[in-house]
Ligand binder design. Sequence first.
Ligand code: SF4
Ligand code: ZN
Length: 318
Amino acid sequence: MAVCAGCGGRPFYTRRYSGETLCASCFRDSIVEKTRRTVAKYQMIAPGDRIAVAVSGGKDSLSLLKVLAGLYSRRPNHVLAVSVDEGVAGYRDEALDHARSAARDLGVEHVVVSYKELFGFSLDEALDWKEERDVSSCSFCGVFRRRAIDEAAVRVKASVVATAHNLDDFVQTFLMNLMHGDVARLGWLDPARTDSSFPIRRVKPFMEIYEEEVALFAYQDRIPFQSVSCPYMHEGLRSEVRDYLNTMEANHPGMKNVLLRSGLDLISRYSSSSGKQFVSCSACGKPSSNGLCNVCRMRAAVEEHVNMERNSRSVGGG
Ligand code: SF4
Ligand code: ZN
């Protein structure tokens, strides 16, 4: 029987793509070490950086918070948690509770911003309007979510925002961008992105770790995470791409790793040759590619709908 490649102990997990078998303790250490190496390789975090970890309350983001808080434990106030309350009744509360208690246990500051406070409506109110929308719930929500995380990061004076995107997220998004013909968005996958549209560096310290391994880390560390799914979750193409990639990986171990390398190679070539220009959004002043940013465009549409609903209710209801 195979033994742990690190210490000769009892086997716990075998990486099919490399053939490496590890015991539980060496597996855990390997995740922390891989994160540390990814951070160093892509120069994600510099000494003195203040790192805001975007924590949704799911297993990936809670694991990332734990790993980064451990790696930077000697530098007080360097890691903190930011969460977004989208305003989904019966769903977000549990996740936010997990985020709060994880931050408390790790002794890190935790800041929560909400859609209601930032945009004037909750996701429940915004998604009440379905028929006229031409994007899925998650694409719609994602536009506001990114802005909310940015706002939270600015509020806590962070110099870096760390998100828990893992290797599976990366390759799924990479393929989906190609399938949508959206090559211009490949730059968003840059592992340590700073651009003229946002001065805070966005980093993905888990981007070289398989989703399965992050999940195993969370289970092994007994990290309590959200059990309920968002009622609006609509992944469409993503779940098909995920199934396809999982089948490919099962038949050809390491395939996701190869796709990650290809994606990174393409991104570096693309970003060095593309000089995308931004102009200020006419409504909020944030950078946009065409004069009105996506947040303001969608926000105006939601407000119009919410006002129409209000008016029709007041006319109908007297
Ligand atoms: Fe928003 Fe989709 Fe996440 Fe629900 S699952 S909070 S709709 S991104
Ligand atoms: Zn705007």
